[in-house]
Design a binder for this molecule. Structure first.
Ligand SMILES: [Zn+2]
Ligand SMILES: [Zn+2]
Length: 176
């Protein structure tokens, strides 16, 4: 695997306008908080593809792609979610010097230095699903006894608690 890259110096590519380069990098992903839980990418250093194009006027068009799995509690059953589907990240950034448009300024570029580390983490956060789960069809925990329903008997059930309206009815009968 390539050496881990945190800051990538785009200037050293020596690209002129209209030229591009494809790079294979290794980026480290910081732990993140989601739903009050802590998640860590596994592995914490992931292979990433960086596409760099030099645009006219000394601008950059940048694209970062990688897949990441997150280790941490499944939001339904609390088992490790790290074996679930990988999150696919495909993020683009444009930087056009001299532009007044914020959309055309990348927050991850300082001069020619691209902060791949910060970009990778932010891009991953944007792709997080609404729930981090061990599997899409995770059955979660039984609401009554807390047993993990993924491993429980498929017939797992509890007797329904008595309906309070029936209790009232039986009182009426007793009064009679
Ligand atoms: Zn689960
Ligand atoms: Zn139960």
């Amino acid at each position: 695997m390539a050496n881990r890259t945190d800051i990538f110096d785009l200037g050293r590519l020596g690209l002129s306008s209209g030229e591009g380069r494809h790079l294979d990098l290794t980026v480290s992903i910081d732990p993140l908080e989601f739903g009050g839980q802590r998640y860590q990418a596994v592995p914490s250093e992931v292979p990433a593809k960086l596409d760099v194009s030099r645009t006219t006027g000394s601008g950059w068009f940048l694209r970062l792609r990688f897949d990441a799995r997150l280790s941490g509690p499944c939001m339904r059953c609390l088992e490790d979610a790290g074996k679930g589907d990988a999150i696919v990240v495909d993020s683009r950034e444009v930087d056009q010097p001299g532009s007044d448009d914020d959309e055309l300024k990348s927050p991850y570029l300082a001069g020619d230095d691209l902060d791949v580390h910060a970009w990778a983490r932010d891009a991953l956060v944007l792709e997080l699903p609404t729930q981090i789960v061990c599997s899409d069809d995770c059955k979660g925990l039984c609401a009554i006894c807390g047993e993990n329903l993924n491993f429980a008997d498929p017939e797992h059930a509890h007797e329904a608690p008595p309906d309070p309206r029936w209790a009232k009815l039986s009182e009426l009968k007793l009064d009679r």
